[in-house]
Design a protein around this ligand. Structure first.
Ligand code: GAP
Length: 464
C-alpha cells in the first residue's frame, strides 16, 4: 500500500466518491446491484479524461494505429471460435461450513493472506470450513435476440472488445492504408459475471475496456511485446501521473496464462488490498486470426509486398480497464495532512485528468462579486475545465476543490472590482498569487504547466 495513506483508504474513497459525485452504487434506491456502479458528474469528467488521454496516445499521435467501434453483441460463433465458450471460465468453490461463501479457487491463497492466515491452509478463508471441489464457471452473460428465448437466438454480452478487432482485421486492412506492423484500437463496455467481485470498482460485472491489437510479423512478436510493455508503463506514469514506485511489471507464470496467450505481463499497482492487475499486455500470437480463419472459412492471412511472403500475423495486446485506472488514480492521489490543526484531504490528480482544472470562487455571495465571477468562469470555459461555486464559506469551498483534485482556484474578491486582479490558489502548495485579469488565461496556463511538471516529478519518484 502506498506510504502515508490511511488503512481504511477504500472506505474513505467510497464515501468521498458518493459525497462529491464521482461514483454511486447502481440503482441505489432499489438496494443497488452487486459489482455495478454509476458515475456522477465528476466521475464522468474523470472517465472522459482517461479515455481521451488513452486514445490520444494510442491512436491520434501514432501513424500505425487505427480506431474502430464494434458492437457489444456479436454473432455467437465468434465466441465459439475464440475459445471463450469453452475456456473463459473460473474455478469456483463453495464453503460447506458456517459462512457458505463462494470463492474463486485461484484466489484462495490471497484471500487467506488478506485475513492473516497461511496461504495454503486447508479450508475456507473466512470460517475455515470445508470447501467443495472446484467447478468451472463461464463468465459470459447470456441474452437473446428476438422474442423467443431459445438456443438458436442466444447471444453473449462481450467479455472483451478484442474480438471486434480480430473479426474486422481484413476490413481495416482493406479500407485503410496500413501495412503490417499496425494496430487496431477500441474502447467500450465489457461484461463478465465475476464470481468474486469487490473492492469497490476494482472488479466489476459491467466495466469499460480500452484495448489495442498490434499485428506484427511472426518472430517479431517478442520485441513488440517488450516495446508495448515499456510504452504502457510510461503512459501510466507520464500521462496519468501514477507514482512509479507503486507500479511494477510482472510476467505471468505458465499456469496463469489465458487460453490464447503464450506470454503476458501485467502492470500491477500496489493497492491497499495488495498488488493488483492494472493492465495486461499479452502476446496472443496468431491464435485468434487462425481460429477465425478455421471457423469462418475466410482468409485472414497477410501478403507482405516487401518480402513477397504470406503469413498470419501475430497480435500483441495491451488491454486496460477505464474503471481500473479510475480507482488507481484515486488511491494514488489521495493524501491527508494536518493544516493549522485541521485535517485536509487532497486528491493530487495530474492536471490533465482532474475533473476540474480551474474553479472560480467569488469571496462572498453578494451580487457585485457573483456576477463578474460568473462571467469570468464563462470566459475561462473556452480554455479549461472549469467550475463555478458560490455556496458556503470560502474555506469550505477550497476544501471541496482540494477533495476533488482541482489544481487551481481563482478567487474574485472585493478588491477585484477596482483593481481588476484576482487570486490564484495552488492546490498542492496552497500558495496564493495575485494576477491581473487581463493576463489571467496565460497565468493559468503557466501555473497548470507547473502543476504538470510537479505531477510528473512526483510520478517519476521525486517528492511525496
Ligand atoms: N482482451 C484481454 C483482456 O480482456 P483481461 O486481463 O481479462 O484481458 C484487461 O482484462 C483489463 O481489463 C484488466 O487489466 C483490467 O484493467 C480490466 N478488467 C478486467 N476485468 C475487469 C473487471 N471485472 N472489472 C473491472 N476491470 C476489469
Amino acid at each position: 500500500m502506498p506510504a502515508g495513506q490511511p488503512a481504511d483508504l477504500i472506505e474513505k474513497l467510497v464515501s468521498l466518491c458518493k459525497q462529491r459525485g464521482f461514483v454511486y452504487p447502481s440503482s441505489e434506491i432499489y438496494g443497488g446491484l452487486n459489482a455495478v456502479y454509476d458515475f456522477g458528474p465528476l466521475g464522468v469528467r474523470l472517465r472522459r479524461n482517461i479515455r481521451e488521454r488513452w486514445w490520444r496516445r494510442m491512436v491520434d499521435l501514432r501513424d500505425d494505429v487505427e480506431g474502430i467501434e464494434s458492437a457489444v453483441l456479436m454473432n455467437p460463433r465468434v465466441w465459439e471460435a475464440s475459445g471463450h465458450v469453452q475456456s473463459f471460465t473460473d474455478p469456483l468453490v463453495d464453503c460447506t461450513g458456517r459462512c457458505r461463501k463462494r470463492w474463486r479457487e485461484d484466489h484462495l491463497g490471497d484471500e487467506r493472506a488478506a485475513r492473516g492466515k497461511p496461504r495454503d491452509a486447508p479450508g475456507c478463508p473466512e470460517c475455515d470450513g470445508a470447501l467443495t471441489p472446484a467447478r468451472q464457471f463461464n463468465l459470459m452473460f447470456k441474452t437473446f435476440t428476438g422474442p423467443l428465448e431459445e438456443q438458436a437466438a442466444q447471444v453473449w454480452l462481450r467479455p472483451e472488445t478484442a474480438q471486434g478487432m480480430f473479426v474486422n482485421f481484413a476490413n481495416v486492412l482493406n479500407s485503410s492504408r496500413q501495412r503490417i506492423p499496425f494496430g487496431i484500437a477500441q474502447m467500450g463496455k465489457g461484461f463478465r459475471n465475476e464470481i468474486s467481485p469487490g473492492n469497490f470498482i476494482f472488479r466489476l460485472r459491467e466495466f469499460e475496456l480500452m484495448e489495442m491489437e498490434f499485428f506484427c510479423k511472426p518472430g517479431s512478436d517478442r520485441e513488440w511485446h517488450e516495446y508495448w510493455c515499456a510504452q504502457r508503463m510510461k503512459w501510466h506514469v507520464d500521462d496519468m501521473g501514477v507514482r512509479s514506485a507503486n507500479l511494477r511489471l510482472r510476467a505471468h507464470e505458465k499456469e496463469e496464462l489465458s487460453h490464447y496467450s503464450t506470454a503476458t505481463s501485467d502492470i500491477e499497482y500496489s493497492f491497499p488490498f495488495g498488488w493488483g492487475e492494472l493492465e495486461g499486455i499479452a502476446d496472443r500470437t496468431d491464435y485468434d486470426l487462425r481460429t477465425h480463419m478455421q471457423h469462418s472459412g475466410r482468409d485472414l492471412s497477410y501478403f507482405d509486398p516487401q518480402s513477397n511472403e504470406r503469413y498470419v500475423p501475430y497480435a500483441i495486446e495491451p488491454a486496460v480497464g477505464v474503471d481500473r485506472i479510475f480507482i488507481t488514480l484515486l488511491v494514488d492521489a489521495y493524501h491527508e495532512e494536518e493544516v493549522r490543526g485541521e485535517r485536509r484531504v487532497v486528491l493530487r490528480l495530474h492536471p490533465d485528468v482532474a475533473p476540474v482544472q480551474v474553479a472560480v470562487l467569488p469571496l462572498s455571495k453578494k451580487a457585485e462579486l457573483t456576477e463578474p465571477a460568473r462571467e469570468l468562469e464563462h470566459d475561462l470555459r473556452r480554455h479549461f475545465a472549469t467550475e463555478y461555486d458560490e455556496t458556503q464559506s470560502i474555506g469550505r469551498r477550497y476544501r471541496r476543490q482540494d477533495e476533488i483534485g482541482t489544481p487551481l482556484a481563482v478567487t474574485f474578491d472585493f478588491d477585484s472590482i477596482n483593481d481588476r486582479a484576482v487570486t490564484i490558489r495552488d492546490r498542492d502548495a496552497m500558495t496564493q498569487v495575485r494576477v491581473p485579469m487581463d493576463g489571467l488565461v496565460a497565468a493559468l496556463r503557466d501555473q497548470l504547466e507547473r502543476s504538470r511538471a510537479n505531477a510528473s516529478g512526483r510520478a517519476r519518484g521525486g517528492g511525496s
